[in-house]
Write a protein that binds this ligand. Structure first.
Ligand SMILES: Nc1nc2c(ncn2[C@@H]2O[C@H](COP(=O)(O)OP(=O)(O)OP(=O)(O)O)[C@@H](O)[C@H]2O)c(=O)[nH]1
Length: 467
């Protein structure tokens, strides 16, 4: 039966297709107002009006409340993240609210002083657009170390500027440039909002919040087009309000999400980003754990190794001996134990110095290791005393092997720094299960026999009590 299966190529193709479709959806969404504007422009009678002062005042009142609330929330985001972008966004909302308020206040003057009523609309959107643009230019570029909260005086100065702007707008409304300034401000607001969208696209800022932000500014830009095509109270004019309101609410939603998560616009994570961070964190933790384990193992090795000769130290040797004795117990294979002590080593130290003595110990260990089987374990018990575990070796095997070793050492000439040193060693041998059932017993017997070898004149192997 034929089955569909995933292949890297098909996966890549679907991924590219999905990405392209996501871009198309965003573009289509951003362009929705344009369709509505075109529809109203071409199919509605532009003289149709809905002049209702009370409704307008309520609508403006609601948007002012939203503006004030969102300015306050943005301000709190700013207090948390100190991002330059966020104080400009706060200023944008604040400026919009303060200037736009007059548009509502002068609703009932619209019949007699149309320009006084109208001009505050584009003025407020232009103020917001400029703040958004300046903020956007600093988006993600803050030098973390230099982030400092603005003093209170800064905010009072900003409020004063917005009040001054409102006064200027009022004055312009009564001037001969009123109509021209309306067009100029509307075009400027549109241009600045579009510039914001272009910057976001050019800088490839595609975090979820900034995507909503981009759509909002495109909505704002289109609301300016609708305002320019409409006249006060007609449907295009109301539609312009609606488009602006949708953009404003979408932007407010972003701010709320920013506030409820990281308090920052640039540091709000999508689910995908969170998973990516989680994966990276886990990788880091696994890596650290592995390093820790390796370090631990290295430490274990160091703790079980003699630093001078690099063979097992007393602790390491005893551990290995325990393991081998357990193995021998389980398998029933013989196991022998040898202790060895260098003869008259003090004389070597006295004659050649301690450093040469060290070199002799190192060379001695090298020689012994060479003659042992890989399964045999050599350990330095202390000073010039060593021990060997011989797995799978009966007492006879151990004696044969030890005798061979004894002779080899006896005839070896250790050459260290132009000095030739001769060495002999005394050995004591014991067998596991015969001379003792645990490490201490086995060691004690072998050590006793080794001292016996010393007594017998050194350079000997002793493996029983009769010697
Ligand atoms: N160079 C060097 N000497 C060591 C080390 N550990 C112990 N020794 C020396 O080994 C010598 C042991 O001396 P003794 O216990 O009298 O034994 P010995 O001279 O070997 O004589 P016998 O064991 O009776 O044959 C001492 O001089 C210690 O200083 C070491 O790490 N390096």
């Amino acid at each position: 039966m034929m089955r569909f299966s995933r292949s890297p190529e098909s996966e890549r193709f679907v991924r590219s297709l999905s990405k392209a479709y996501a871009v198309f959806l965003l573009l289509a969404l951003a362009a929705v107002p344009a369709f509505a504007i075109a529809y109203v422009h071409f199919f509605q009678d532009p003289t149709l009006h809905f002049e209702h002062h009370g409704f307008h005042e309520v609508a403006i009142g609601v948007s002012l409340l939203q503006g004030a609330l969102i300015a306050y929330v943005t301000f709190h985001c700013y207090l948390r993240s100190k991002e330059t972008f966020l104080y400009w966004l706060t200023l944008g909302f604040l400026g919009f609210t303060l200037v736009y308020g007059w548009h509502g206040v002068f609703t009932r003057l619209s019949d007699d002083h149309m320009m006084l009523f109208i001009l505050f609309g584009p003025a407020s959107r232009l103020v917001m657009a400029i703040c958004l643009l300046i903020g956007l230019l600093s988006y993600g570029r803050d030098d973390e170390s230099a982030l400092e909260l603005k003093p209170n005086s800064f905010w009072w100065a900003a409020i004063s500027v917005f009040v001054v702007i409102s006064i200027i707008v009022s004055l312009v409304a009564f001037s001969p440039w009123a109509i021209a300034s309306r067009w100029l401000m509307e075009l400027a607001a549109m241009g600045v909002m579009l510039s914001c969208a272009v910057i976001i696209v050019m800088r490839r800022i595609n975090s979820p919040l900034m995507t909503v932000y981009a759509i909002s500014v495109v909505f704002f830009a289109q609301s300016s087009i609708a305002f320019m095509l409409g006249t006060a109270w007609n449907h295009q004019w109301w539609l312009a309000h609606a488009i602006f309101a949708v953009g404003f609410m979408a932007l407010s939603y972003s701010v709320i999400q920013g506030f409820l998560t990281t308090g920052s616009f640039s540091k709000v994570y999508s689910q995908a980003e969170l998973f990516e961070q989680l994966r990276a964190e886990k990788e880091r933790a696994d890596d650290a754990l592995l390093k820790l384990r390796n370090a631990h193992e290295e430490l274990e090795v160091i703790a079980a190794t003699d630093s001078l000769t690099s063979c097992a130290n007393r602790r390491g040797f005893e551990n290995s001996a325990q393991i081998e004795m357990e193995r021998s117990k389980r398998s029933g294979a013989p196991l022998s134990f040898v202790t060895l002590d260098l003869d008259h080593f003090k004389q070597i130290n006295d004659q050649h110095g301690h450093t040469i003595g060290d070199q002799v110990l190192i060379a001695f260990v090298g020689l012994v290791k060479k003659s042992l089987r890989p399964s045999d374990i050599l350990g330095r018990i202390g000073g010039e005393e060593f021990a060997i575990i011989l797995p799978d070796a009966s007492l006879d095997d151990a004696v044969t092997m030890t005798e061979r070793l004894r002779q080899m050492i006896e005839f070896e000439l250790f050459t260290i720094e132009d000095r030739t040193i001769n060495l002999t060693v005394s050995f004591g041998v014991s067998q596991f299960g015969v001379d003792g059932d645990d490490y201490d017993a086995l060691y004690k017997v072998a050590d006793h026999r080794m001292y016996r070898a010393k007594e017998l004149g050194r350079n000997k192997v002793v493996s029983n009590e009769q010697s």
